[in-house]
Design a protein around this ligand. Structure first.
Ligand code: ATP
Ligand code: MG
Length: 451
């Protein structure tokens, strides 16, 4: 893509102050500059600062090569596969420094070991062998290892609002792609043709939705049309990466808006085809309110500063679906716990081709659901052990939600909340508190009587 001269916004015309950056980021920018290199703060950090939001992280780009960065910073570790990135380790933060790249960012390949882990000579050989930019026959980028200019680095980024740079040399903002205007208008727009950019990396469609929901932006019309048109191709991205993206999407605190955009674009159906077909089937008669309410609950928890684990998110989002699956297995004769296991196993199997949920998370989803049956016994056997188990908090949170949804478990929630919050003094214990188990002495075996 050819661009005109960049728009340079001087310090007097934008609100970003060095005071808003992390002191470590400022230190790194200055150290690069003082060593004669270009140093920009880029990406989401600049976008968020311009919007008055607190950035999640501070990314820096420079014309120093990874080897030069390593020479300047003692706390530097080079990471990454074909494209080396420098991680500068500080006491409580890691600052990422990249050398300007051209073309588009690629997805790391799973089979190849990180370049940083290879001996220097082999690394060079591999670099020399590797073609500079490799796309497959469908135009998806497979390899990219070319250092570039500041402009090339900006235009290989995904969205205009993500491509602004803050220049430490004069505190100006450099805009090659119209990002300032789009930021002002609240628009997510790809840099270049959205069909090409989403074909190169389908995950960008999810990023468009995430940023639109997070910032309250709209998705620009051609970008949105391309998202709808190409939504099914999201399944070409790697399932572990899609899992990470799904977590980011639903844990950003704008669940309803995210869900609407994912449903309308067809991305949701492509990510969760079985669940989506079930939703469409079920909502023939009456609309599904579970998912919307579950996402509201997740947002509320996030707003209250509570951490929502991946397993709680998945259990909440898919709870009703899993419950119906479980009911199906029960009807065909499975005992309750086994029915839960079977439902979760089937669900995990359905997700493997698209959103790869790690096994350990699957086990925890199953535990949350299996605990629902256990909660009905108040207190039941070994209640303390049950309440002290890891995952109890998530299971109780799920119980709170489902009992409010079905209007049937208030007493149960109240019991377990009391059980976990009150100090249990043995003399005050009533019926509802666990019995302390008596320790049984093992009887000594008597020696056999002489015959
Ligand atoms: P946040 O960190 O708040 O989620 P971000 O914009 O910083 O948002 P990152 O994933 O940290 O997002 O990426 C940093 C920057 O790298 C982005 O702002 C964007 O410029 C670029 N980038 C990230 N992913 C892609 C991608 N798939 N294609 C092109 N550019 C990308
Ligand atoms: Mg970031």
């Amino acid at each position: 893509m050819k661009t005109a001269n960049p728009l340079i916004v001087p310090r007097s015309e934008h609100p970003i102050s060095r005071r808003w950056l992390s002191p470590n980021a400022v230190k790194v920018l200055y150290r690069l500059k003082d060593n004669g290199f270009i140093a920009y703060l880029v990406g989401g950090g600049v976008r968020d600062l311009l919007l008055g939001r607190e950035p999640k992280d501070f990314d820096i780009v420079t014309d120093a090569t990874p080897a030069q960065i390593k020479r300047i910073f003692r706390n530097c570790r080079l990471i990454g596969r074909r494209f080396r990135l420098a991680h500068l380790h500080f006491h409580d933060e890691i600052i990422e420094v990249a050398t300007f790249r051209s073309a588009v960012q690629d997805e790391p390949s799973e089979e190849e070991p990180p370049v940083a882990d290879l001996p220097e000579r082999e690394t060079d050989q591999r670099r020399a062998r590797a073609p500079k930019l490799l796309k497959n026959e469908e135009g998806m980028v497979l390899r990219d290892n070319i250092f570039g200019t500041p402009e090339e680095d900006a235009i290989r980024r995904d969205f205009t609002v993500n491509a602004l740079s803050y220049n430490i040399a004069d505190f100006s903002i450099i805009d090659y792609v119209g990002g300032m205007a789009d930021l002002e208008q609240g628009v997510m727009r790809t840099i270049g043709d959205p069909v090409v950019r989403f074909t190169e990396d389908p995950v960008r469609m999810l990023r468009a939705v995430r940023f639109a929901a997070m910032l309250g932006f709209t998705v620009e019309e051609t970008t949105w049309r391309a998202t709808c048109e190409l939504s099914a191709t999201i399944a070409k991205a790697s399932p572990p990466r899609l899992y990470e993206e799904v977590l980011k999407l639903f844990l950003l605190g704008a669940g309803e808006r995210t869900y609407q955009l994912l449903r309308q674009s067809g991305l949701f159906a492509a990510l969760f085809p079985h669940f989506s077909a079930w939703l469409d089937r079920e909502s023939d008669g009456f609309p599904h309110t579970w998912v919307g309410q579950a996402l509201d609950r997740v947002d509320t928890l996030i707003r209250e500063g509570k951490k929502v684990s991946p397993q709680l998110l998945f259990a909440l989002l898919f709870g009703q679906y899993l419950r119906e699956k479980g009911a199906g297995f029960r009807e065909s004769g499975a005992p309750p716990q086994q029915a839960v296991n079977m439902a979760v196993a089937e669900f995990m199997g359905e997700l493997v081709p698209t959103v790869f949920v790690p096994n350990r998370v699957g086990i925890q989803i199953r535990d949350i659901l299996a605990s629902q049956h256990r909660f009905q016994k108040m207190p039941g056997r070994h209640a303390e052990t049950f309440a002290e188990r890891g995952g109890f908090g998530d299971a109780l949170e799920y119980l709170r939600f489902s009992s409010a949804f079905y209007g049937d478990g208030e007493k149960c929630v109240a019991f377990w909340e009391r059980f976990t919050s009150e100090p249990r003094m043995p003399e005050e214990e009533g019926d509802a508190t666990p019995q302390r188990r008596k320790r049984r002495r093992r009887r000594k075996k008597r020696p056999a009587p002489p015959a």
